[in-house]
Every structure is written in C-alpha cells, then in structure tokens.
Design a protein around this ligand. Structure first.
Ligand SMILES: Nc1ncnc2c1ncn2[C@@H]1O[C@H](COP(=O)(O)OP(=O)(O)OP(=O)(O)O)[C@@H](O)[C@H]1O
Length: 612
C-alpha cells in the first residue's frame, strides 16, 4: 500500500530530519571516531576545491594580460609554482579521498551490524501472534532491508551533501566577487535538476513497499531451491524447473514495475539536464561575446566558467544525493518504526521457575490472528503439581493450540487462565502472566527446531541464562537416550549438526527428537509439555520413554499430547478434544467405562495392533 501523502508540511519536514538524525545517531553509536574522521576528510576536501579555483584564477591572471593577450612579463617560476600548488592540492585531495573511502567502508560495516542488531533485538521481543500476520513480515523484511547499508548510506550522503553544499557556497562566494551577475544564470542552470530530484524522491520507496510481499514469496522460492533440508524432496519430485519458473515469474513482475518507474523518471531527468545545459551553453556564449567586446577579462571569464561548471556538477550531485537521501531516509523510518514497535527489552533470559502448583484454564476461547473460526471454544482443563495430564483428539482438534496457550505463547481471547493456587501468578489482567508461564515451562514441540549448531548447544540452549554445563548436558542426553550416539560423533558433543558447515554431521529424525528431549531435561522446568514426543522414535524407544515417564519426570508436572492412546493410559487425567472443545475428561478407567469417543478410539487402535 502506498504511503499516505496528505501529511502537513511540518510533518513532511520533521520526519526526514528525524530519520536522518536517527541514522547519524546510529553511526555515532557504532563508531564515533570513524564518523568524525570521515566528516573531517570530506570537509577538508571541499576547502581544497576552493583553493584550486583561486589558484586557477591567479595563475591565469598572471599568464594572460587584459584583452586576452599573453602577458609578456609572466615569470615562469610563478607558473611552475602554481602548477606545483595544483599538484600538491591534487595529491592532498587523493589522500583525503582514500582516507574517506576507507573510513566510509569500515563505518558502513559497523553501522550495518549495529542497525541489524536493533532489528534482531526487536524481532526477538515481538509476541508470537505477530508472526501470523503477513503485514508484520512485510515490516520485518523492510526493516532488515533498511538496516543493511541504508544507515551508512544516509550518513555518507549527509557527509557528501554537506561537502557539496559547502563547496557550492564557497564557489558561489568566489563567483559573487568575480562576476556577480552570473549567479541568477547558475540558479537557472541547476533548478530543473533539483526539481526532478525532488519529484523522483520517494517513488523508489513506494515501489519497494508495494513489492514487499512479492519479494518475500520470491525469497521463499529461492530458499526452496537452494536449501539443504528441501533439496531431497525437490529432487524426488523433480520440482526445480516448476519452482524456478514461478520464481522467474515473480521476478518478472518486479522488473516490469521497476522498469515502468524508471522509464518515467529518466525522461524527466533527461529533459531537466538538457534545460540546465542549454542555460550553461547560453552563459558560455554570452561570456565569449563579453570577452571579445573587452568588457570582461579572459582570466576572470575562464575562472567564472570553471566555477559555473563546478557549480552545475555539484548541483547535479546534490540532486542525486537528495534523491538517494530522501529515499534512504524513508527506509530509515521503517527501521526506526520496527525497532520502536517491539515491546520493552526484557534483558537477560528469565531463569526457569523452580516451583509449580497448578494451572487452570476456565472456558478458554481462542482464534488465530486472521482466522474467522475459533481453534478453541469453552475449553476448561486443570493441571496440578506432580500430575501427568494428557490431551488426545483427532488432527486439528486443538491440542497443540491449547498447549501453546498453557505455555504462555498465546493469550486466550476469552475465558480465564489461572496460574498458581488462587491465581497468584496472575499478570496485569488477572490472567496468568505469559512470561511467568514461559519461565515455568519446558516444551518439546511437535515441530521442534533442529539447531544447526553443536550437539552441546542443542542441549544447553535449554538454559540460555546460565553458562553451558557439559556434565549436566551429558546427564540430560543420557536421560533422553541420546548420549550413546552423540558420543560417537566425530567431535562428540562439539560436532556441528549441519552438513552445510565444515566438519558438520547429520542425525536421523528420531535422534533429533531425542536431542530435543535432552534439551527439555536440561531446561529442568517444573511443567513439561510434550507434544507428540515419540512421533519419530522407534517402538522400543517409545515404549521406554512412556514406561519410565513417571521416573524420568519425577517431581515434575507433565502435559502430554499423543495420538497413540496406549501412551496416555497412565495419565492421571485425560482430556479428549474434538473440533476445539473438550468432549470427555477423566482417567483411562473412567473414560473406558464411559464408553464414549475415547473408548471407541482406544479399542480401534488396540484392534489394529492385535490384528497385525
Ligand atoms: N498458526 C495457525 N493459524 C491459523 N490456524 C491455525 C494455526 N495453527 C493451527 N491452526 C488451526 O487450528 C486448529 C487446531 O490446530 P492444532 O494444531 O491445535 O491441532 P492439533 O489437535 O494439535 O492437530 P494435530 O494432531 O494434527 O497436531 C486447526 O483447525 C488448524 O487448522
């Protein structure tokens, strides 16, 4: 969606200035020494240009007599001294350019790191529901884009712009002394360029905004075509060509829009350039006539024309800079807004809670953001300390959704969530405080993350707030049945689990699942949520886990989600979900006696095993 353009003039001015200052602040915080060196180098270079102009004027004044004839008494030493002066100034300018270029590149990397760090910190603070919103992903993508190169670009453009403005001011002052009447013509020569620069500003940014989702979907296809995890299925289905065509299609749409935008602006730019150059040509012609008529000295005319030429060059430069700056400042706004929109910094990761007494959900209702149907409706469950509570139900019945709410990852839309005896863990609205819930919980998701880091990291990331403890990691791995295969890896626990990295190894899916379990053991939180924890385990490993679940999680409270009814029969209480509602609850014995959905599905599964 294009930006709204009906802002007041004050806001239109304040916003870019604010964004530019934000970029300067970023650079200042990233490396103030580097920033100052860059500014000093550029400002000194602009003073050098003024010196060059004055030298040319005096050299010509000495070499050319009034009326354009060569001065007979021009001392050759004077000319050689002037040339030597120009060489020294040229050399100084070269050195300054080298210093400024190097400082600029170093500063760009540092500012990039700083700005991207802001985005990553803000992204880490964003609540989970935001990730369901395509607009959030557009904002995130634009903030990442803005953090890369844009702040450095703003700072460099500001410094270069400052240099150009100072140069223009200095050259204008020289011209005002030499030929004051030339100044209005100079203005005439540069105005069209400045006008087109103003018109073009923002058009690139508007297009960038419009293309956000298209670019994300193209990047997703690029990931499919280049990712290691996807490579096998893409080849098995021979999908590469089909996906590449879709990718090319999306790129094609983007290129068409970029071409259309630039086609408009290049025409305007050419027209502005020609108009400006025509004025310059007319001024040169007039100057020729004035010199021929003896009204202006040749030396003055030449210095004035050199000045005019420099001025129009600088004006073109200022135009281009304004253009780039105006656009970069808009990108900066994306970065600034994204960094500001995330909640307050939570600082260090929270330490898992030591105690858990109870968690009670009363008549919970929940719909995913952007969804019209509710995933949960009037759901009441209770989990008391030391219990094993199970959720069962068909695909899509709401088990994982309920687990995510109980783990403090989503806030319910209706009903109450009470944490602790009498709801003592309540947050601001009387409901359980999600942060406290998260601190009390260790979740093994159905689609757990396979961190392409070392095996040890995969376990110890369960407790990010404390330094990794190898002994505890080994203990956790032993309890999860992962120690034997981790120990056999080329570098043991220090092996990187990702073949994209040098020395990297790969695990089987079941082994990854044990590693995820080891992470949960290592986290050592009082409430453990296991969502299909044995989906990838072999029957022996599965039987071992469920056979020992009370021992393994002694002194812990467990919420267990499983499709296999045999696995939950030991639970203290079982909740059967159907289409987002709890339809039955009780122990295995109670539910079997009731002879409802649970009993029917339990017998169905048991029969299947008996027949096999
Ligand atoms: N992120 C999401 N956005 C929108 N709808 C979702 C999202 N995740 C799940 N749903 C929907 O919510 C409902 C419940 O899904 P949920 O994952 O909780 O089911 P489940 O019982 O855990 O299923 P399964 O046994 O297949 O894991 C389903 O209708 C599903 O389509």
């Amino acid at each position: 969606m294009p930006r709204t353009r009906d802002r007041s003039a004050g806001a239109r001015l304040r916003e870019p200035v604010g964004c530019a200052l934000f970029a300067v602040r970023l650079a200042w915080r990233a490396d103030r020494r580097c920033l100052l060196q860059l500014l000093i180098a550029q400002l000194t270079a602009s003073l050098g240009l003024v010196a060059v102009l004055l030298l040319i004027r005096y050299a010509l004044g000495g070499a050319v007599a009034p009326g354009g004839r060569a001065a007979p008494a021009a001392p050759s030493q004077w000319l050689i001294a002037v040339i030597a002066g120009l060489v020294v100034l040229g050399s100084g300018a070269g050195i300054l350019r080298a210093v400024a270029g190097a400082r600029q590149r170093v500063l760009a990397v540092k500012v990039d790191r700083f700005a991207l760090g802001l985005v990553l910190r803000a992204a880490g603070r964003v609540e989970l529901p935001e990730f369901e919103d395509p607009a959030f992903h557009d904002r995130l993508q634009r903030a990442v884009f803005a953090s890369r190169a844009q702040p450095a670009m703003v700072v460099t453009a500001l410094a270069a712009g400052l240099q150009a403005v100072l140069t223009v001011a200095a050259v204008t002052a020289v011209l005002a002394v030499l030929v004051w009447w030339l100044l209005p013509f100079v203005l005439l020569a540069v105005l069209p360029t400045l006008k087109t620069a103003r018109d073009e500003r923002g058009a690139g940014y508007d297009l960038h905004r419009t293309l956000s989702e298209n670019r994300r979907s193209r990047q997703y296809l690029e990931q499919l075509l280049t990712g290691r995890d996807e490579a096998k299925e893409i080849r098995a289905l021979d999908l590469a060509g089909t996906l590449r065509r879709r990718w090319a299609d999306r790129y094609g749409q983007e290129i068409t829009q970029v071409e259309a935008m630039h086609a408009v602006h290049v025409r305007r730019k050419i027209a502005a350039r020609l108009a400006g150059d025509l004025t310059t040509g007319a001024v040169i012609g007039a100057m020729w006539w004035l010199v021929a008529a003896g009204r202006v000295e040749l030396s003055t005319a030449l210095a004035a024309l050199a000045g005019l030429w420099q001025l129009s060059l600088r004006a073109q430069m200022i135009g281009a800079l304004l253009n780039g700056l105006g656009e970069a400042v808009l990108y900066m706004k994306d970065l600034q807004d994204f960094a500001a929109a995330a909640g307050p910094d939570t600082g260090e990761p929270a330490r898992p809670a030591q105690e858990f007494t109870s968690l009670r959900a009363e008549s919970l209702a929940f719909a995913y953001p952007g969804s019209t149907t509710r995933a949960l409706e009037d759901v009441s469950v209770e989990i008391r300390a030391g219990e094993i509570v199970a959720l069962v139900g068909a695909n899509g019945s709401g088990k994982t959704t309920l687990a995510k709410i109980l783990a403090g990852l989503y806030r319910p839309d209706g009903g109450r969530l009470l944490y602790g005896e009498d709801g003592s863990g309540a947050g601001a609205h009387g409901d359980a405080d999600p942060e406290r819930l998260r601190a009390a919980t260790s979740v093994v998701f159905q689609d757990f993350v396979r961190y392409k880091l070392t095996a040890s990291d995969n376990i110890t990331l369960g407790r990010p707030e404390t330094p990794p403890d190898r002994d505890r990691a080994v203990l956790a791995a032993e309890r999860a049945g992962a120690h034997a295969f981790l120990d056999r890896l080329p570098e043991g626990y220090d092996t990187v689990l990702g073949k994209e990295f040098t020395g990297g190894a790969e695990l089987s899916l079941g082994q990854w699942q044990r590693l995820a379990l080891a992470r949960a053991f290592y986290r050592d939180a009082p409430l453990v949520i296991l969502d299909e924890p044995t989906a990838s385990l072999d029957p022996q490993a599965e039987a071992d886990l469920f056979g020992r679940i009370r021992d393994l999680f002694a002194d812990r409270t467990v919420l267990l989600i499983s499709h296999r009814f045999a696995n939950v029969r030991e639970a203290d209480r079982i909740y059967v979900l159907d289409a987002g509602r709890v339809v039955e609850r009780g122990s295995h014995e109670v539910l079997m006696a009731r002879n409802g959905t649970y009993a029917r599905l339990f017998r169905l599964q048991a029969q299947a095993y008996q027949q096999a």
